[in-house]
Design a protein around this ligand. Structure first.
Ligand code: SF4
Length: 263
């Protein structure tokens, strides 16, 4: 049962990836995404589609942001209750937040809409963009990310590479490991990254259980608030993350980060 009233700005959230981050949720109280990842902190996605529209008006977000003055934070991040590039006012929100707060504004995306030139143009306004890539083969992609029909990994890589050509901000690739990757998958991943040249790679593994239903609290640090049914997910060991990091860094001169795991 949903107990928290929707607010389009939340946090600040402490993140090992971004520091003290204020979240903007451009999607709203119904979780909406083109994926339905098996580890999603939002629970099972309520509306799965890849159609853009305005979910939360920019003016509403501006008003909510004003409530967080003087913005004692490191960054502002658009993610929230689903895939932020589905918001048709994405570019408008990024620009408004940059001008209003003077802070770096970034977007966490699953990359599924990067084949759309207007999404690429709007995302290019962001100071940093982190794109989720959890798979290098379609079987892995379907099993982990469970995308909408007709969305393939090839389409995502192709859109991402087009985006990279014009993007002048900081690009990170975020990869969630649910189990150690096969040797050939690691090689294919590194080959893609050599072409892409991101500024950072963030390896992750599920450290929090997955809520069974959508919880607005799950947008932030919700460990202490957990009073709803969850499903546990098994993380890979820190050794697995370290080995993968070392392998990437043997080929690519790029920072590779992963969270410290507490067992
Ligand atoms: S892409 Fe993000 S919001 Fe969408 S289902 Fe996956 S983890 Fe959840």
């Amino acid at each position: 049962m949903q107990t928290t009233q929707f607010a389009s700005v939340y946090g600040p959230v402490k993140s090992w990836r971004f520091g003290r981050s204020l979240g903007i949720d451009p999607i709203g109280s119904v979780s909406t995404c083109s994926f339905n990842c098996v580890y999603c902190q939002l629970g099972e996605i309520e509306q799965q589609n890849a159609t853009r529209k305005i979910f939360v008006p920019t003016e509403r977000i501006r008003q909510d942001l004003l409530g967080f003055q003087p913005w004692d934070i490191d960054v502002i991040t658009l993610s929230g209750s689903g895939e932020p590039t589905l918001a048709q006012n994405l570019g408008e929100i990024i620009t408004m937040a940059q001008i209003l707060t003077g802070k770096s504004v970034g977007v966490l995306t699953n990359g599924s809409l990067l084949g759309d030139s207007s999404v690429r143009a709007e995302l290019a306004i962001a100071d940093f963009v982190a794109v989720k890539i959890d798979a290098v083969c379609d079987q892995q992609f379907q099993g982990i990310n469970r995308p909408v029909q007709n969305l393939t990994l090839d389409k995502i890589w192709s859109g991402l590479k087009q985006f990279r050509q014009r993007y002048r901000g900081q690009l990170a690739i975020q990869t969630m490991l649910l189990s150690p990757w096969r040797d050939q998958d690691q090689i294919n991943y590194i080959t893609h990254l050599q072409e892409l040249c991101p500024q950072e790679i963030q390896l992750n593994t599920p450290t929090r259980p997955k809520p069974l239903e959508h919880q607005l609290d799950a947008r932030g640090n919700h460990e202490l608030l957990q009073s709803y049914p969850v499903r546990s997910l098994k993380p890979v060991s820190e050794e697995v993350l370290k080995q993968f990091r070392d392998r990437i860094q043997a080929v690519l001169d790029v920072p590779v980060r992963y969270p410290a795991l507490i067992h």
